[in-house]
Design a protein around this ligand. Structure first.
Ligand SMILES: Nc1ncnc2c1ncn2[C@@H]1O[C@H](COP(=O)(O)OP(=O)(O)OP(=O)(O)O)[C@@H](O)[C@H]1O
Length: 232
């Protein structure tokens, strides 16, 4: 579904990705793991067109990837950044409505009603401003907004960062529900247990390259790989 072939990317004079290749398959969850600074977030930013691809190719369903974040979103890829990026001065309702209006159609799979069924907590907070939400509620809102874009591929950067264990469990269960509904996902995550219990496939990134590829089951059983590449 999504293919990165020998991708190079970075910030100004700092090159971070050095010929990174990976593949995310339709209907499956891919976890991108690696130590701090390995280039995981940079990989997602490059996929989303927030950083230019300096070398190599990115293709989505066999088509060359769009260049701007807007074109990429229109191709059916939604991205929840580490910073969550909700509009803090708008209410939950306004945050959701803006996205629904911009990306929804009359045949959209994801409606306001359906995202509020998935996250009833947001339904109770509709008139609250973005800044009044807890970290967990902000993450729910960020995911709900991404779903209203009706994506074929949902990309999440560290969805559990800074969240209490009970909220981590809730987010886990919601993402599992989405996986069971057939949504394809790519997940960058520091929490090894969280990532490998959701993912089907795993790629480990180190110094901007893919150094280990296999199934979630395989990496859970491979203590040497965990030790070498993740410091688990
Ligand atoms: N805006 C930036 N400008 C310059 N260098 C950056 C920028 N953002 C990240 N980097 C550098 O790029 C490298 C990879 O960062 P990246 O955020 O992709 O790592 P990561 O694998 O996601 O790890 P982390 O879990 O720490 O976010 C790091 O050395 C980082 O310092």
């Amino acid at each position: 579904m999504l293919d990165l072939q020998s991708v190079a990317s970075g910030y100004g004079e700092t090159q971070v990705l050095h010929g990174l290749s990976l593949r995310a398959e339709q209907g499956r969850v891919l976890a991108i793991l690696g130590r701090n600074g390995a280039g995981k977030s940079t990989t997602l930013k490059t996929i989303m067109g927030l950083l230019p691809t300096r070398e190599g190719e990115i293709a989505f369903d066999g088509q060359k990837m769009g260049r701007t974040p807007y074109e990429i979103a229109r191709m059916g890829i939604a991205y929840v950044p580490e910073t969550r990026d909700i509009f803090p001065s708008l209410t939950v309702r306004e945050n959701l409505e803006i996205t629904a209006k911009r990306f929804g159609t009359k045949d959209s799979d994801w409606t306001m009603e359906r995202v509020l069924d998935l996250f009833p907590r947001l339904g109770e907070r509709m008139e609250n401003g973005g800044t009044q939400l807890s970290g967990g509620e902000q993450q729910m809102l960020a995911i709900a907004r991404a779903l209203l874009m009706n994506p074929r591929l949902l990309i999440l950067d560290e969805p559990t960062e800074g969240l209490a264990p009970i909220i981590v469990k809730l987010i886990h269960d919601k993402l599992l529900e989405l996986k069971h509904q057939g949504l394809s996902m790519i997940l960058v995550e520091q929490n090894f247990g969280f990532a490998t219990s959701l993912a089907d496939d795993v790629v480990v990134v180190s110094k901007g390259q893919a150094v280990w590829t296999g199934s979630a089951e395989e990496i859970r059983a491979d203590e040497a790989a965990q030790h070498n590449w993740l410091g688990v």
